[in-house]
Design a protein. Structure first.
Length: 375
């Protein structure tokens, strides 16, 4: 693989067929080489480099068979309109994202990696549900449930501190199980329902108050109605709150908001803390896949929230404040991606359906056992 120094402007005006997958990398600007080689096994996947106008400037031979066997052409009309709009938003906001797409009657995970002049598109075969992961998740949930039952027994015996310790450990197990199962290929069928942005914010505020965590909430007026899996959207937002608590410091202030942006509802989780270190921001999408991942350093939380955004054909954006602090924005389309699923009662279900509060689970990584002690 060469680290060519070819001028990017010259590169953008040039396209040539690639018979050898390795030739795709010849002469690419450094930023593209860096993006393509960052743990993506790039040579194994169809790839295309597109301009801000979504014109294909360069593609691998395998991508020619997937999209079009042509030179300079547009991906509009080949990829769904919603996917094209997501690519535009990724380029505009300089945010990576993965979205599901079906091409040639096959499911793909389209990885969008924005660059200075466009975006690198990497088509990876969509991960199928891993039965072993599902079975392991089931066993771990049973273990967590056993811990919760034991906690109730200890509570009745007046051993509140021991009960709180078990309850805390059970929540930590459930958090990791929920995150890993979804990231490792849980069924991507959601419980689509009509949701209220005000109601989502209110529920989060109430659950956080139960842990003595106060947040400033700016509810939209008028309310915003959208279609989504409310449980997963709440889990994603609470994961972002947990992230603010972890990186923001003990005196961090957190603000929650929602606004209508075009055809989406944009939920904001902003803090005035120390912010996320640059290295963590650069690696937050794939750290959990890497061999040098360190528990507690970057973890599964942000990839989990981003996966939930992807399942809704939405977007997760991060902005660092000039004077510190981080703002995260979860954008969810107002309309359901799969209208046929609106009446369906099947789909991906987390332990949240058993009556546990989402905040109890998602905050378990930043709270200590005392937070789970009942008066």
């Amino acid at each position: 693989m060469q680290s060519g120094q070819q001028n990017s402007d010259k590169f953008e005006r040039t396209w040539e067929p690639q018979g050898d997958p390795k030739a795709f990398f010849d002469g690419l600007p450094h930023e593209l080489l860096y993006a393509a080689c960052r743990g993506l096994e790039a040579s194994l996947h169809p790839m295309a480099y597109v301009s801000e106008q979504l014109m294909v400037l360069r593609q691998t031979d395998t991508c020619r068979g997937l999209l079009a066997d042509a030179g300079f052409y547009s991906i509009e009309g080949i990829l769904p309109e919603a996917v094209c709009e997501t690519i535009r938003q990724c380029i505009h906001t300089n945010t990576e994202q993965a979205v599901p797409v079906t091409l040639m009657e096959k499911a793909w995970e389209l990885r969008i990696i924005p660059t200075e002049h466009g975006a690198l598109l990497v088509f990876a075969a969509a991960a199928k549900q891993q039965i072993g992961v599902t079975l392991a998740a089931s066993h771990l949930r049973d273990s967590a449930q056993s811990l919760l039952l034991q906690a109730e027994m200890l509570e009745q015996q007046g051993m509140q501190d021991a009960a709180a310790q078990l309850r805390w450990q059970a929540m930590r197990i459930l958090r990791q199980v929920n995150h890993m199962q979804l990231l490792a290929g849980a069924p991507e069928m959601l419980r689509w329902t009509q949701c209220s942005a005000c109601r989502v914010l209110q529920q989060i505020e109430e659950q956080l108050a139960g842990h003595d965590i106060r947040v400033a909430v700016s509810a939209p007026q008028p309310d915003i109605t959208f279609y989504a899996d409310e449980g997963l959207v709440m889990a994603a937002l609470l994961t972002l709150v947990s992230n603010s608590l972890r990186h923001g410091g003990p005196k961090v202030h957190i603000a929650l908001s929602a606004e209508k942006l075009g055809g989406t509802v944009s939920f904001g989780v902003a803090d005035d803390g120390a912010g996320i270190e640059a290295r963590a921001l650069a690696r937050m999408n794939d750290t959990w896949r890497q061999p040098d991942a360190v528990p507690g350093a970057w973890g599964l939380g942000i990839p989990y929230a981003r996966k939930i955004a992807s399942m809704h054909s939405g977007l997760l954006l991060f902005l660092q404040g000039k004077k510190g602090g981080t703002s995260a924005y979860l954008r969810i389309p107002l309309e359901a991606v799969d209208a046929d699923a609106l009446e369906s009662d099947s789909g991906y279900q987390t332990i949240l359906s058993s009556g546990l509060a989402a905040a109890d689970i998602e905050l378990s990584d930043v709270l200590d056992a005392a937070a789970y002690r009942r008066a």
